[in-house]
Ligand binder design. Sequence first.
Ligand code: RUQ
Ligand code: CUA
Length: 658
Amino acid sequence: MKKNMLMATVFAASALLSLQACKPKNASNAVSGDAAEKAYVAPGKYDAYYNFVSGGFSGQMSVYGLPSGRLLRVIPVFSVDPEKGWGYSEETKPMLNTSHGMVPWDDLHHTELSQTNGEIDGRWVFGNANNTPRVARIDLKTFRTAEIIELPNSAGNHSSPFITENTEYVVAGTRFSVPSDNSNGDVGIDTYKENFKGHLSFIGVDKETGKMSLTFQIRCPGVNFDLSHAGKGKSHGWFFFSCYNTEQANTLLEVNASQKDKDFIMAVNWKKAEEYIKAGKGKKEKVKYAHNTYSDETHSATSKIMEEVLVLDAEELKDICYMIPCPKSPHGCDVDPTGEYIVGSGKLAALIPVFSFDKIQKAIADKAYDGEYDGIPVIKYEAALYGEVKKPGLGPLHTEFDGNGNAYTSFFVSSEVVKWNIKDLKVLDRASTFYSVGHLCIPGGDSKKPSPNYLIAYNKITKDRYLPTGPELSQSAQIFDISGDKMQLILDFPTIGEPHYAQAAPAELISKNQVKIFKIAENKHKYATKGEKESKVVREGNQVHVYMTSIRSHFSPDNIEGVKIGDEVYFHVTNLEQDWDVPHGFAVKGASNAELLIMPGETATLKWVPDRVGMFPMYCTDFCSALHQEMQGYVRVSPKGSSVPLKFSLGNTSASAK
Ligand code: RUQ
Ligand code: CUA
């Protein structure tokens, strides 16, 4: 009997959610005449914005130009990338180190650009790893991942990497609550309510260098933290997190975590938390997490295992966290440019609640509470609520803002974007997406100063939108012109991986700071070879170090003999070029690592363990000049114990050819 009821609920829930791909009407004529012109960027012309798009299960971040939708770059972050040697070169392997050892893949959901005074400053972009909890910082001078920090006490770092208005902190809330790392994790899964905790991590960011450090964590009740955003302006000093599974279920969450009419948005007073840290209220706990940094001077990464974290307990310190009831399984949690309005998007709700920061403050002062949730005060819904947007659509997920008093919310189930006015909560416009839309992006849309020309919708399921490509079809982004009263679809473009959140910044903010080459004179790599004359091959026991240079169009040396079975060969290749956009590549037959792609002035190392006797060609993989195809050489491998002496040369014509 009980089982039947359970199954009935399962069917009801899945019936609702399988409405996931309703095909909008008028799909074919949704684009009007002048659309192409609006998205057109002529050959040789630049786009107006950089768009940083999360790659989801690709673990990378991709960069597109807006409004053209042209793909400019894929930045390797948490996943190995053979194209760029990321995670394969000896220099970059430490970047993917974790307390579990090397984890060569992750699931990157959100991108967040650094801010100064609540405005995008074009210095760094952050990304989160949703599987093995990590946060990465990408340097926008080089478009390379500069730092990755792992998060202890966490599992599934989803509500991350959201930042405060001066990039004081990058914040990360755990999606899965788990027993804390220094407690016994070998407990029954059904002891969720007693043993599972949710942790929020506050990662400090150095103002000058961007260097991250895990400043403190807040221990919270066991729930699933889903998304978050920082307060800004008047609400600077606060953070807001959506939570689901406040039922604290440990199985069949589809049903068991959809029981309550309302879950919560948790408001966190992080300035207060800082005071408690200063007052010594944090407890040091033994944990283990990796902190990896990449240096543009040594062109190498180092990984350090950290062993301690400062933890504040939200239940003990009653005035840092407050729960605000929010219908129903909230996902997105977005703060408008003024910092006054906090929008919660309940995946199963038929309305959008808008909370008021002023009212939340008053409710706290008046203690307008509805009891506690696991020791955290619960503010009365009405006491925090500014108002509700009625009948906006089905399955609201995320909201962005245009800075002109309007909000745009995505609806997964009804496949549309809905524009509404924040003050009077009236729906102003709706536009179909093709099909199930997730995140939205307006350039600067979560800052104090959006630039509201375009809105991009990132869609999950594209069905018949593009030419079919077997069982898996491309995910899709769609650009809407939002400069007028009505949203106008102007372009579809396919994306890499599965896009979740994305952000965009005016192009000139970033393009003016680009590093074009690394100065060879400043190369501090241990194995750098700064001129062809210094190139050499050195044996140290069974290790053979090749100090190699590359320049159009040869390697030095390009003939190597005397390598034997049992040797480990390290090719340390320095690219001697000092011109923009002249990388050289390097590959050797049979290597179990990917190629190297070496930028001008940089040194990179390929480790190769030859497995058989014979002749092994090596070559440049990047078409660098008219004689690129000639950029090649040989390594001779002899048997173990052979007496062939170690020899290396460039331009020596052999005896037989004379
Ligand atoms: S998610 S589609 Cu940010 Cu991972 Cu909402
Ligand atoms: Cu160097 Cu091709």
